[in-house]
Design a protein around this ligand. Structure first.
Ligand code: GLN
Length: 484
C-alpha cells in the first residue's frame, strides 16, 4: 500500500477497502518508525490528522468524493496551516502557531485531503541540503550519510521513504526539483503565478512557487489539479481557465522535439549523471522523440544573478521578523533597537543572515545600480534565451543536479560550492518557466539521479505527459530505498 499511486489509494477509499482514518493511521505508524532517524517531519499531530480523516470518511460516505479526498499529504512547513506549528525551518518561528491557512492548505482541506504533518526544510527555504534547518538536517532515505537536497528535503525524504503518499514543496531556485532528484521522486515547479503564494512564507517573492512532490508524474498531475488556480490574495496569481493536468498523460510522444542545451553537458557534470541523462534521452528517442541541440548562452550568469536578486528580495521580506508582532523575541534588552538586534541575531541562522547582508548591500544607495539593476537586466537576457530555444523545441531536457546526493557536511562550510549545486535549476525560476524532475537512474553509492524537463509557460500538461510516457516505459520511479 505504501507504494500505491494516488489513483489506487483513491480507488481503495471509494470501494471502502480502507477508510481514510485507517490509511492515515498506517502512514502515521510509518512516520513513528522512520522519522526519528530521517527527521523529515518537524511536526506530526495525529489527533489533528485523524480528525481530518474522519471528516474525509464522512464525505466519502455521503458520496462527496474528489480525487484527493481521504488521502494524507505531507505539507512543507513553509505553508501556514491554521492551528499547526508553522516554523519555516527557523528558530524565529519555532513557536509560531498559524492563525490562518495558506491558499494551498485551504484547497487540500476543502477537497477532504488529510494534513499528515509539516515537513522539515532549510531555514526560510535557503539552502540545497536541508542542513540550514533549525530542526536539524534530514537524512536521505537512500543513504543516511547523504543529504536529501533542499530546501524541500523533508518533503522529498518523506515521499521517498513512503512516509507520505505525496507532499507539497516550494521552489525559488530549485527546491522542488533538486530534492526530488536527490531522493528519487518526481516534482514539478509550475509556471510562476499558477499556484497562489498566499500563506506561503515569503523568501524571494518574484521567484517563489509552490508545487507538488510525489512518486510519479500522474500523481503530480492529480495534485496540481488541486493546487493551481487564481487567488485574489496573491497579486501575482494568474487569472486562467481551470485546466485538467491529467488530460494529456496518455498522448503519444511521436515527433516531440527535445532541446538539449549544450551548456548543460559541460564541465562540472558528474559522469554518472551524464550517462543516466543520455540513457533517458535514448529512451525518449525510442518513443518517437527527436533531439535538437540548443544553446542557453546566459545560463552561466544565472547563479550570480540569482544571488543578487533572491537575497535582495529576502532582505526585504524578512524585515517583518522584528520580535514585535509574532515569532521569536529575545529576552533581556534595554531598548527597542536592542530588542530588534538581539531578536534577529538570535532568531536567524548563519545562512539567512548571510542573505540578508548580501541583499541589504546590493539594494543600498550606491550599489543598487551596479548590482540590483544589472541583475534585473541579465534576468531578462536569461529569459530570452529560453524563448528563443522554445522556437526550436517543445521541451528542454538535462540533468536536474550536477551530481547525485552529496554527503552531509560535505558542502555546508562552503556557501559558494553549495550555491553551484543549483546551476541547472535556477535559470528556470528567473524566467518564470515550469520545470520538473523525474527519477532516471542511480549514480555513485546507489544514490538517485533526476532528469530535468523544462517546458514553455503553461505547458504543465505537456510536461506531465512527457514524464508519464517515460514512466510507463521505465521503472526508476517505482524503486524504493531499502527500508521496511
Ligand atoms: N538552493 C537555492 C537557495 O539556496 C534555492 C532554494 C529554493 O529554491 N528555495 O536559495
Amino acid at each position: 500500500m505504501f507504494n500505491s499511486s494516488l489513483r489506487a489509494l483513491s480507488a481503495m477509499l471509494a470501494e471502502r477497502k480502507i477508510s481514510s482514518v485507517e490509511l492515515t493511521q498506517e502512514f502515521l505508524a510509518r512516520i513513528d518508525r522512520h522519522n526519528p532517524d530521517l527527521n523529515a517531519y518537524i511536526t506530526v499531530d495525529p489527533e489533528k490528522s485523524l480528525a481530518q480523516a474522519r471528516i474525509a470518511d464522512s464525505m466519502i460516505a455521503e458520496g462527496r468524493m474528489q480525487p484527493m479526498t481521504g488521502i494524507p499529504v505531507a505539507q512543507k512547513d513553509i505553508f501556514c496551516s491554521k492551528g499547526w506549528l508553522t516554523t519555516c525551518g527557523s528558530k524565529m518561528l519555532s513557536g509560531f502557531v498559524s492563525p490562518y491557512d495558506a491558499h494551498v492548505i485551504e484547497k487540500f482541506n476543502a477537497a477532504g485531503a488529510v494534513n499528515l504533518g509539516k515537513t522539515n526544510m532549510d531555514e526560510f527555504a535557503m539552502g540545497s541540503s536541508n542542513e540550514t534547518s533549525f530542526f536539524g538536517p534530514v537524512k536521505n532515505p537512500w543513504d543516511r550519510k547523504a543529504v536529501p537536497g533542499g530546501s524541500s528535503g523533508g518533503s522529498a525524504a518523506a515521499v521517498a521513504a513512503r512516509m507520505a503518499p505525496a507532499a507539497t514543496g516550494t521552489d525559488t531556485g530549485g527546491s522542488i526539483r533538486q530534492p526530488a532528484a536527490l531522493c528519487g521522486i518526481s516534482g514539478i515547479k509550475p509556471t510562476y503565478g499558477l499556484v497562489s503564494r498566499y500563506g506561503m512564507i515569503a523568501f524571494a517573492s518574484s521567484l517563489d512557487q509552490g508545487g507538488p512532490m510525489a512518486k510519479s508524474a500522474e500523481d503530480l498531475a492529480i495534485m496540481l489539479n488541486l493546487m493551481a488556480g487564481h487567488d485574489s490574495r496573491d497579486s501575482t496569481s494568474l487569472v486562467r481557465d481551470e485546466e485538467d493536468y491529467t488530460r494529456d498523460l496518455d498522448c503519444p510522444l511521436e515527433g516531440l522535439r527535445i532541446g538539449l542545451p549544450k551548456e548543460y553537458f559541460a564541465k562540472g557534470l558528474s559522469p554518472a549523471v551524464e550517462k543516466a541523462v543520455q540513457a533517458a534521452i535514448s529512451e525518449y528517442q525510442k518513443l518517437g522523440a527527436k533531439v535538437v541541440e540548443i544553446s542557453l548562452p546566459n545560463t552561466r550568469l544565472s547563479i550570480p544573478v540569482y544571488y543578487v536578486l533572491a537575497p535582495a528580495e529576502a532582505s526585504s521580506n524578512l524585515s517583518r521578523y522584528d520580535g514585535v508582532r509574532y515569532g521569536y523575541r529575545a529576552q533581556g534588552y534595554g531598548d527597542l533597537v536592542e530588542m530588534y538586534e538581539k531578536t534577529r541575531a538570535e532568531g536567524f541562522g548563519a545562512e539567512v543572515k548571510r542573505r540578508i547582508m548580501i541583499g541589504t548591500y546590493v539594494l543600498s544607495h550606491g550599489y543598487y545600480d551596479a548590482y540590483y539593476i544589472q541583475a534585473q537586466k541579465l534576468r531578462r537576457l536569461i529569459a530570452r534565451d529560453f524563448s528563443e530555444a522554445f522556437g526550436q523545441c517543445d521541451v528542454i531536457m538535462g540533468p536536474t543536479s550536477p551530481s547525485a546526493a552529496f554527503d552531509l557536511g560535505e558542502k555546508s562550510s562552503d556557501p559558494v560550492e553549495m550555491y553551484l549545486s543549483d546551476i541547472y535549476t535556477i535559470a528556470v525560476n528567473l524566467a518564470g518557466l515550469p520545470g520538473m524532475s523525474i527519477p532516471a537512474g542511480f549514480g555513485e553509492n546507489g544514490r538517485p539521479i533526476g532528469l530535468q524537463i523544462v517546458g514553455n509557460y503553461f505547458s504543465e500538461a505537456k510536461m506531465l505527459n512527457v514524464a508519464h510516457q517515460y514512466q510507463k516505459n521505465t521503472d526508476w520511479h517505482l524503486r524504493m530505498p531499502s527500508i521496511e
